[in-house]
Write a protein that binds this ligand. Structure first.
Ligand SMILES: [Zn+2]
Length: 68
């Protein structure tokens, strides 16, 4: 029981350290990639079906693909 708590503590510590290291770089990334890239999703079979989020085509149920 105590041993598992110790392991959990180590894991938490490692995660915290990893997050503190990664957060600084991710913040930089967020500021540089702030320009919102509007991705649209469309059905391969129905070009008129356009969605701003991934999902299924309401007409045929196919998975929508990213529009380029
Ligand atoms: Zn479709």
């Amino acid at each position: 029981m105590k041993k598992s708590l110790l392991i959990i503590g180590f894991v938490l510590l490692a995660v915290l350290m990893f997050n503190s290291c990664g957060s600084s770089s991710s913040k930089e990334k967020q500021s540089t990639t702030k320009e919102v890239t509007k991705v649209q999703y469309t059905c391969p079979m129905h070009a008129e079906v356009v969605s701003d989020k991934p999902g299924d085509c309401p007409k045929c149920g196919m998975a929508l693909v990213e529009k380029k």
